[in-house]
Design a protein around this ligand. Structure first.
Ligand SMILES: CC(C)(COP(=O)(O)OP(=O)(O)OC[C@H]1O[C@@H](n2cnc3c(N)ncnc32)[C@H](O)[C@@H]1OP(=O)(O)O)[C@@H](O)C(=O)NCCC(=O)NCCS
Length: 138
C-alpha cells in the first residue's frame, strides 16, 4: 500500500463497513512500520485488502474487505493465506469481529481461527459486542 492507494481504499471501505476508515486513516498506516497491507487488484483496480500489525510475536488484523461484486471468489482467502505466510514466525494472529457478522466469522473459522472471548460494546454504529478470534501459529 502506498499513499496513492489510500483514496481508493477509503472508497472501498465505504462499500464494506458501516464505520469506514477515512483516507487519512489509511495514510497514517502507510507510515506505521508495524503495519502490513496486502492489496488485491484486478486490471489495476483495488478489489480487496487485508491489513495487520505485527507486535511482539503477535499479529493483529485491522481489516479484511472485498468489494461486494467480487466476493465468493476466494480473494479474501488468498489475502489471508498470504498474511499467514508472512506471520509464520509469529505465535498467533488475533482479530475482532462484530457478533452479527456471521459471514466473516464463518470465513475466519474456515481459516483456523477460533472464538476466544467477547469484547462488550466494542463496536459503534450500531453498538455491538465484538468477538475476539485467535489463530494459533506456533
Ligand atoms: C468477509 C469477506 C472479506 C469475505 O471475502 P470473500 O472474498 O467473499 O471470501 P472468500 O471468497 O475468500 O471466501 C472463503 C470462504 O469463506 C466463507 N464465506 C465467504 N463468504 C461467505 C458467505 N457470504 N456465506 C457463507 N460463507 C462465506 C466460505 O467458507 C468461503 O469458502 P467457499 O466459497 O469455498 O464456501 C467479505 O464478505 C467482506 O468484505 N465482507 C465485508 C467486510 C467484513 O465484514 N470484513 C471482516 C471484518 S472483521
Amino acid at each position: 500500500m502506498t499513499e496513492y492507494d489510500c483514496r481508493e481504499l477509503a472508497e472501498l471501505d465505504k462499500k464494506c463497513f458501516s464505520v469506514p476508515w477515512s483516507e487519512q486513516s489509511f495514510l497514517e498506516e502507510t507510515k506505521n512500520k508495524l503495519a502490513t497491507y496486502l492489496l488485491a487488484r484486478e486490471d489495476g483496480k483495488i478489489i480487496g485488502y487485508c491489513g495487520f500489525w505485527r507486535v511482539s510475536g503477535e499479529a493483529q488484523v485491522t481489516n479484511i474487505a472485498v468489494l461486494p461484486e467480487y466476493r465468493r471468489r476466494k480473494i479474501a482467502k488468498t489475502l489471508a493465506e498470504k498474511m499467514l505466510e508472512i506471520c509464520k514466525e509469529d505465535e498467533q494472529i488475533v482479530l475482532e469481529v462484530r457478533k452479527s457478522n456471521e459471514i466473516a466469522i464463518t470465513f475466519y473459522k474456515k481459516l483456523g481461527f477460533i472464538e476466544a472471548g467477547i469484547r462488550k460494546r466494542f463496536y459503534h454504529n450500531p453498538d455491538e459486542d465484538g468477538i475476539t478470534m485467535i489463530r494459533r501459529i506456533k
